[in-house]
Design a protein around this ligand. Structure first.
Ligand code: BG6
Length: 376
């Protein structure tokens, strides 16, 4: 059993290991000078097949599926390939009309989740190629895939997945960038810019971890609340989903992740002083779409404040609007939209961890959960 290196729990240790996990996952696969992503030997699908690709089917469970949801935005924005995301446990039931010219990407920390394994087998039986993204070398899902990309996050012991999640999103970004380079959809200039942003991620994650004390204080203040609503737009919505899942997994608090725009069509009815709202309201000032979404988040915050909501917001460093509206604001370093989720999940992991600690729960071995569900 690995050591906790002086941390009280594996979950906290693994949260703080994310900068190194990202460094080990990203740096060996990129060339900073050329701006290239070098993963052909891991993808093991030749270039003309990747050029002919019509659709990507991402299949996974739990936190890995949330990484897949973020990957969907990366594949569609960068590589302009239609990408769909499925719960592995539901995949076979929808009898997916898939076949050649389609790629199944299965994401699994353990590589042994039965639903994900079955989904990969079904996709391959229907003629689709498959790539596995996993954290365990020679796991079953890895050994049954055409291509394999390992997340080098190191062994993940705590049942709630943290460092594997950020490494999975980094790998998905690398695959979408590689695909867009193979399909000649990314200029050299853009490639170099994205490579710069990727190399800056580990340090920005280190900077984000400095919010740990703020997250502990917020957990002290909010650990008696019984319901939470996490909201995010676009690629930030999967972060809201996983923030809610972390809280459920380790602190047994009911929490829901929801697309912020969709909240107006129902959940808004339950927002009041008893339902804290966690809003991901970061903004990339170089991205017009991001600025439009930011303004919508501001309008939401104003509306929810009128309903008496207590608001915990994630904002980008340098923002001076969100903090005027939210009860509590956690600032994270600036990052482009598609990479911001890798930073945004960190405070939500820490908040869930400290709520569980404040409730005196067994953080690493939450009740009724296992690290890998090996039975369907
Ligand atoms: C659950 C774990 O059993 O399986 C979650 O408790 C995890 O943390 C999910 O996200 C999926 O696991 P894997 O290994 O397929 O990513």
């Amino acid at each position: 059993m690995p050591d906790k290196n002086g941390f009280p729990h594996f979950m906290l240790k693994e949260i703080f290991e994310q900068p190194q996990g990202l460094r080990d996952t990203i740096m060996p696969r990129i060339s900073v000078q050329e701006g290239d992503v070098h993963i052909a030997s891991e993808v093991r699908i030749d270039r003309h097949e990747l050029r002919a690709l019509k659709r990507i089917n991402i299949v996974a469970s739990g936190t890995s599926r949330h990484a897949g949801l973020a990957g969907q935005y990366m594949f569609q924005d960068l590589a302009h390939v239609f990408a769909d995301v499925d719960y592995a446990s539901e995949f076979e039931y929808r009898n997916p009309p898939i076949g050649p010219e389609e790629l199944a990407i299965v994401i699994t920390q353990s590589g042994e989740t039965a639903d994900t394994m079955a989904a990969q087998r079904l996709a391959r039986k229907k003629g689709s190629r498959s790539i596995a993204i996993t954290n365990v070398v020679n796991s079953t899902v890895a050994n049954e895939a055409d291509g394999v990309l390992y997340t080098h996050a190191g062994p993940e012991i705590s049942i709630a997945s943290t460092k594997a999640f950020t490494a999975q999103m980094a790998v998905l970004f690398l695959v979408s960038m590689y695909l867009s380079q193979v399909r000649e959809q990314l200029s050299r200039e853009s490639s170099l810019r994205w490579i710069d942003e990727l190399t800056a991620l580990p340090e920005k994650t280190e900077a984000t971890l400095r919010c740990a004390d703020t997250c502990r204080e917020l957990a002290q203040r909010y650990h008696r609340f019984e319901d939470f609503l996490f909201l995010g737009r676009a690629v930030h919505y999967p972060v809201a989903m996983d923030g809610a899942l972390k809280l459920k997994e380790v602190s047994y608090v009911h929490a829901e992740g929801y697309p912020a725009g969709e909240a107006k069509h129902g959940p808004k009815a339950i927002i009041d002083e008893d339902l804290p709202v966690v809003m991901i309201a970061t903004c990339d000032p170089n991205d017009e779409g991001s600025k439009v979404r930011f303004d919508k988040s501001l309008a939401d915050l104003r509306a929810y404040k009128k309903q008496g909501a207590k608001i915990i917001a994630l904002a980008s460093e340098g923002d001076n609007q969100i903090a005027k509206l939210a009860d509590h604001t956690i600032f994270i370093p600036q990052a482009p939209e598609l990479l911001a989720p890798i930073l945004e999940i960190v405070p939500l992991q820490l908040f869930a961890y400290y709520v569980a600690v404040a409730k005196g729960l067994d953080v690493d071995r939450p009740r009724n959960l296992v690290k890998a569900v090996t039975q369907e």
